[in-house]
Design a protein around this ligand. Structure first.
Ligand code: NDP
Length: 316
């Protein structure tokens, strides 16, 4: 027992929370550093790439790779070096003391260092009808639910790369895809936007906001508002998709780390995985306001694991 009544065998060197590219890369580095990491992968593991199709820009895969295959490869690599996986969500943490405590619904874990890489979750519009039909007509994952809309009418909201990718994916199944964007230009990369604009099945509706999802038992349409000519109308659709970005998953922190106005963790300084608590590191989208790419979050995970290894070397 140590001075805080902790049984030393129960105290890990490192716990990693999150199983996207950040958490898994951290696990690969920590496991190769012989730290025997426990990775809290979440009940739904693998992060956002599990819901994507082909990843064309992850270096090392010149022909592209399917998102779930890329994640499975990372999991296999982390397991190969001895990472222990627990498919549990973090519910609460206590980061203050020398020994950090991480709670899930099933267990309580203790460690000298933690890497928080819990990523982000889809942003919602918070309009009437959205909750009522969520999971049965309203979706944040076109790749999961697109096939239900074969020869049907669907609408998707957003102007970023996700909206482009998902509109293109939906066009494989749907009779018609309305892509609704609140501005008159996309923020998406040119290559992905051009692909959408050249697709005959996709009709872009510019300067338009969705105000309500309509229907009784099933989705029948949406109420839309044109913010240029100040007009409102209804659009008949069977499925409604959201691709309006993500918000960081930081609720379990209960304000133990500083957050910015949008809820992202603020590291000690830009680009470092260190936080204002010794032994606590962050990686990936919970702290990345800017880049949000699979490769950048993987790099964050690598940096976090290297810093955790250095920290353990210093305290031991
Ligand atoms: P983004 O934050 O890039 O885009 C979100 C879009 O949703 C913006 O067009 C934004 O509008 C719109 N939006 C946000 N909130 C609302 C709202 N309340 N009502 C209506 N519209 C709203 O998110 P993405 O998920 O598209 O992309 C995230 C990151 O992931 C990016 O860095 C992107 O490059 C990357 N990514 C890369 C891919 C690839 O390379 N294969 C694939 C998918 C994503 P506005 O433009 O007006 O702000």
């Amino acid at each position: 027992m140590d001075k805080n009544n902790n049984n030393k065998q129960d105290i890990q060197d490192i716990i990693i929370a999150g199983s996207g590219p950040a958490g898994l890369t951290a696990a690969i580095y920590a496991a190769r550093g012989n730290l025997k990491p426990i990775l809290l992968a979440g009940e739904i593991w693998g992060g956002q790439l599990m819901n994507t199709t082909e990843v064309e820009n992850f270096p090392g895969f010149p022909e592209g790779i399917m998102g779930p295959d890329l994640m499975q490869n990372m999991i296999d690599q982390a397991k190969r070096f001895g990472t222990e996986f627990k498919y549990e969500n973090v519910t609460e943490v206590d980061l203050k003391g020398e020994i950090k405590v991480i709670k899930t619904a099933k267990a309580e874990y203790k460690a000298k260092t933690v890497i928080l890489a819990t990523g982000s979750e889809p942003r919602r519009l918070k309009i009437p009808g959205e909750d009522k039909f969520y999971g049965r007509g309203v979706s944040t994952c076109a790749t999961c639910d697109g096939a239900f809309y074969r020869e049907k009418l669907v609408a998707i909201v957003g102007g970023g790369d996700s909206a482009m990718e998902e509109a293109t994916f939906l066009s494989r199944f749907a009779k018609k895809v309305y892509l609704i964007h609140r501005k008159n230009e996309f923020r998406a990369s040119k290559i992905m936007a051009d692909r959408v604009l050249a697709n005959d099945k996709i009709e872009v509706i510019w300067n338009t906001e969705v105000k309500e999802v309509l229907g009784e038992e099933t989705v029948k349409g949406i109420k839309i508002y044109n913010n240029k000519d100040d007009s409102e109308s209804e659009l008949e659709i069977n499925g409604f998709f959201l691709a309006i970005g993500h918000i960081p998953v930081t609720g379990y922190l209960n304000k133990q780390l500083p957050l910015n106005d949008e809820g992202y963790v603020q590291p000690l300084s830009f680009g470092t995985p260190k936080t204002n608590i010794d032994g606590v590191f962050v990686a990936g989208e919970i702290q990345d306001v800017t880049y949000k790419q699979a490769i950048t979050t993987a790099g964050d995970g690598c940096k976090a694991a290297i810093e955790a290894i250095r920290f353990l070397d210093e305290i031991e």
